[in-house]
Design a protein around this ligand. Sequence first.
Ligand code: ADP
Ligand code: GN1
Ligand code: MG
Length: 359
Amino acid sequence: MGIIEEVLQNYALEGQVNSCERYGSGHINETYLVKTDRKNYILQKINNSIFKNVPALMDNIEAVSKHLKNKGYDERHNLSIVYTKDGKHHVHMQDGSYWRVYHFVTDSISLNLCQSAQDFYHSAAGFGTFQSLLYDFDADVLTETIPRFHDTPDRYRQLHAAIAADPLHRAEEAKEEIAFALSQEKNAGFLMDLLQKGELPLRVTHNDTKLNNVMLDAQTRKPICIIDLDTVMPGLVANDFGDSIRFGASTALEDEQDLDQVELSLDLFDIYTKGFLEHCGKYLTEKEIDTLPYGAKLMTLECGVRFLTDFLNGDTYFRVSREKHNLIRCRTQFKLVQRINENLNVLHAIIQKYKQSLQ
Ligand code: ADP
Ligand code: GN1
Ligand code: MG
């Protein structure tokens, strides 16, 4: 019997399993679509070299999901765990692997590129609503699943270590990207410094708000459910806002090789700001709103630095499917950082426009 069959024996799924195929385009976990003759499920092998404490991670997800359930969100509108026959939220196999099953969000799509501005508006409404629903969630019950996840200066420390070690002699090939990264290092701690000074509040945030982590209704394209709750932890709202911009306000895929295709769409930035602030703006402080553009800048920079570090280290973190994949991803991020830098005043003006309409 294969490992997947063995894992599934722990579950009382409805119907007979007909198929189980690799699914989705996440970079971290191994995702499968399980089809029975009655319904679909999502099965995931959790990446436990990245998530060191899987039981605690699953406790986090269970707590967030219960919080949303208590607010009236059902299985289609709230990522819901399917429990094992003996009531566990995950399975730990003899070979050391960890697995979980989720209810499938029916009649939904997840996108890697917006097909229209409305798609991005709806994703902003989804993440903004999620933020507002976590407003009264007790952060103390959460374990930090990846320490210093969005500590950008710490990401730079990891980059410096990778450059110094250069285990695969890739630094020469990436010298332009390294030079760009270092040219941007000075202000990398801007948001972390404001947090430390008490000028920005620590909230419970999603921390991985890319477009393909919100399921949209296949017909209406409205947001249904926020998924990928592995990194729900204390964090900054600017980072959630910024990570969405990084991925979704680009005119090209995250791994587009032709950099001429990669631009920051100011229209998409505008519509995301509108959707996000309409749905959670009233919970945010003035300073939080004012600093949202820095979230876009720093999340994009940080992600580029992470891709570059992983390229230098030999692609041990993000799943890759072609040669130089992480270097290609790094290049799109750095192109977007340049565009964000050039347009920072415009981005601030857009934020102020929607901030005013909140009053
Ligand atoms: P990763 O951490 O690797 O990004 P995700 O949890 O985001 O993994 O899942 C990868 C993809 O699988 C998602 O982008 C989405 O397309 C799909 N997916 C995940 N969970 C569900 C679900 N409950 N219902 C429907 N699709 C899902
Ligand atoms: C990963 O899991 P996924 O593919 O949604 C990563 C994010 C990065 C993103 C870049 C736990 O997100 O932090 O921003 O790739 N998740 C983790 O696309 O590291
Ligand atoms: Mg994901």
